[in-house]
Ligand binder design. Structure first.
Ligand code: MN
Ligand code: MN
Length: 501
C-alpha cells in the first residue's frame, strides 16, 4: 500500500479541530476542565508545539527505549549491585521510587486531561503521547524495584508510599494533587509541564542519572535517562500554551500559575534531591553540590526560559535562591532525626571529610547545622542513641506539609509565618508558602497536616508508636541510620575543637 509522505498529512493530523453540532462548545470543553481563560478556540489554534512526532514514529522510538532499559536491567541482574552498593545509594533508590513511581501515574492522569480538554489540537496531540510516556514511567519504576523486595521490604514502598499516610507521601500528594490532578488542562500545561518538568525534573533525572553512572548503578542510570528523554519532549507542551495566554492578555494569570508551581516544586526537590546529592551520595561520587546544581539549572537555564517567554521572574526569586543555602540541610537534619518515620534509611553523610566538603560548599555550615550534628555525635559517642531519636512531632507547614525549619545555631533564622483565616490558625514555613495559600484559600483551607490530625485525636495511641501505625510503617520498613552509625567511630578520638575548626 502506498503511504503518503509525512509532510503531506502531518499538519492536518496534528491540527484537527471540529465544530460540535450535538452539544455546545462549552459543554464539550467546560471551562473548569479546559481552563481556557476565556481565550477563544480560534485563538488557541495558533498553538505550535516545538516538538512534533507522529504515532508510528513515537511507537518505534518508545519500543527501542523500553527494549534498551529492560535489556540493561536483564544483563546486569547478576551484577550484585544491591549487595555492593553503598547503603546511601540504596536509600536514594528507595526514596526516589516511593516518591516518584506513583507520581508518574498521577502525571498520566494529568496528561490525559490535556489530551481530552486541551483547547488546542496540537496540545491534545502532544498530551496523548505524554500520557503514554507517563504510563511507561510508572511501569518501569514499579518493575525495577520489584526484584529487590524479597531482599529488602523498604523497596515495596515504590508501590506502597502513595497509599499510605506517611508524612512524606502526604507532602508529595498535596503538591502533586495541587499541581496536576486537581487542575484544568491549561493549568496542567503551565504548572506540570512548564514549571515542574522544564524547571525541575531535569535535576532529579539528569543529576541522578549522572550520579548513578558514577556510582556504578548502570541499570538505574539507563532507566532514568530513558525516562528523561520523554520528559524533555512532553515538557514542551507548556511553553506554547503560555504564549497563547500571554498574547491574549492573560499574562498576570499565567504568571501566578508559574509562580505557585515553581515554589511548590522547589520544596519537593529540596526535600528529595537536596539530601540525596549533598549527604546520601558517597563523597567520592559527588560531582556538584545541590546548590551548584540549582544555580546551574534553575538560575542559569530556567530563568532564561521564563524571560524568553515574556514572563517575569517570580516575586520571591531572591528569597528562593537564598534558600538554596539552607533549606535542604534543614530537611536532611529533620529526616535523619525522625528516621523511623521514613521508608528508607537516611545516610547521615557526616564523616569528618563530608563535613569539610559541606563547609567548603556552604561556608558557615559548621557554625549552624554542624552545631546540631555535634550534639547528635556526642550522644552517639556517649552510648545514648535514644537521645538522637524523636519523642515529639515538629510543627508542619500548612502549605508544603513539611516541618517548619531553617537555619539553626549561629545563623538562626527559624520563623513561623502565621495566618488567621476564617477562625483557623495556619502556620507556614515562609512568606512564599503563605502567599500560595492566600491566592486560593478555599482550595487549601480544609486540609489537615499530619500534626493537625495528631492534635485532633485521629492518630492513636498519641505517641510515636501510634504515628508509625498511622503511617503504615511496619517492622522491617521503618527507617534507621543507613550505615548503622559506623561513621561515628571517626570522631571517637578526634578532639571536638578539631571538627569544629
Ligand atoms: Mn514522567
Ligand atoms: Mn512528565
Amino acid at each position: 500500500m502506498a503511504l503518503l509522505e509525512r509532510a503531506e498529512w502531518y499538519d492536518i493530523a496534528r491540527a484537527t479541530n471540529w465544530t460540535p453540532t450535538y452539544v455546545t462548545d462549552s459543554e464539550l470543553f467546560p471551562d473548569v476542565m479546559s481552563g481556557a481563560q476565556g481565550v477563544s478556540a480560534e485563538k488557541w489554534e495558533v498553538y505550535d508545539e516545538p516538538y512534533k512526532t507522529s504515532y508510528p514514529e513515537y511507537v518505534r522510538v518508545q519500543r527501542e527505549k523500553d527494549a534498551g532499559a529492560y535489556s540493561v536491567k536483564a544483563a546486569l541482574e547478576r551484577s550484585r549491585m544491591f549487595e555492593n552498593a553503598d547503603p546511601g545509594w540504596l536509600s536514594i533508590l528507595k526514596s526516589h521510587y516511593g516518591a516518584i513511581a506513583l507520581g508518574e501515574y498521577a502525571a498520566m492522569s494529568a496528561e490525559a486531561r490535556m489530551a481530552r480538554f486541551g483547547r488546542a489540537p496540537g496540545m491534545r496531540n502532544m498530551a496523548t503521547f505524554g500520557m503514554l510516556d507517563e504510563n511507561r514511567h510508572a511501569q518501569l519504576q514499579l518493575y525495577f524495584p520489584h526484584e529487590h523486595c524479597p531482599k529488602d521490604r523498604q523497596f515495596d514502598w515504590a508501590h506502597k508510599a502513595y497509599h499510605s499516610n506517611e508524612w512524606g507521601a502526604i507532602a508529595a500528594r498535596h503538591a502533586f494533587d495541587d499541581l496536576f490532578l486537581a487542575r484544568s488542562a491549561t493549568d496542567i500545561a503551565v504548572m506540570l509541564t512548564f514549571a515542574f518538568e522544564t524547571g525541575f525534573t531535569n535535576m532529579q533525572f539528569l543529576g541522578l542519572a549522572a550520579d548513578a553512572a558514577e556510582t556504578g548503578d548502570f541499570t538505574f542510570s539507563s532507566l532514568i535517562s530513558s525516562i528523561q528523554t520523554d520528559e524533555s519532549r512532553h515538557a514542551q507542551i507548556g511553553g506554547p500554551a503560555l504564549q497563547v495566554l500571554i498574547t491574549n492578555g492573560r499574562k498576570a494569570e499565567a504568571q501566578k500559575l508559574v509562580d505557585m508551581a515553581i515554589a511548590r516544586a522547589w520544596r519537593i526537590f529540596s526535600l528529595l534531591t537536596g539530601p540525596a546529592m549533598d549527604y546520601y551520595t558517597p563523597l567520592e561520587h559527588r560531582k556538584q553540590s545541590f546548590k551548584e546544581f540549582m544555580q546551574e539549572w534553575i538560575v542559569g537555564q530556567f530563568e532564561r526560559s521564563l524571560i524568553d517567554l515574556g514572563l517575569d521572574l517570580p516575586w520571591y526569586w531572591d528569597k528562593m535562591i537564598a534558600e538554596f543555602e539552607y533549606q535542604h540541610h534543614a530537611y536532611h537534619l529533620g529526616v535523619w532525626f525522625w528516621r523511623p518515620t521514613v521508608w528508607w534509611n537516611p545516610a547521615a553523610g557526616m564523616t569528618p571529610d563530608c563535613r569539610d566538603w559541606l563547609e567548603e560548599k556552604y561556608p558557615g555550615w559548621n557554625d549552624t547545622f554542624g552545631k546540631c550534628w555535634d550534639v547528635i555525635i556526642d550522644n552517639l559517642l556517649a552510648g545514648k542513641p535514644e537521645l538522637t531519636l524523636p519523642e515529639t512531632l515538629p510543627i508542619v507547614c500548612n502549605m508544603n506539609q513539611l516541618p517548619i525549619c531553617a537555619i539553626p545555631g549561629k545563623g538562626w533564622n527559624v520563623q513561623d509565618y502565621p495566618l488567621d483565616y476564617n477562625g483557623r490558625s495556619y502556620h507556614f514555613n515562609s512568606e512564599i508558602d503563605r502567599w500560595i495559600f492566600q491566592q486560593d484559600p478555599v482550595r487549601y483551607r480544609d486540609h489537615m497536616t499530619v500534626v493537625d490530625r495528631f492534635l485532633a485525636g485521629q492518630i492513636q495511641p498519641a505517641n510515636l508508636a501510634g504515628a508509625l501505625l498511622y503511617m503504615d510503617l511496619a517492622p522491617g520498613e521503618i527507617g534507621s541510620d543507613a550505615h548503622q552509625y559506623a561513621w561515628v567511630e571517626a570522631y571517637r578520638n578526634t578532639p571536638r575543637n578539631k571538627r569544629i575548626a
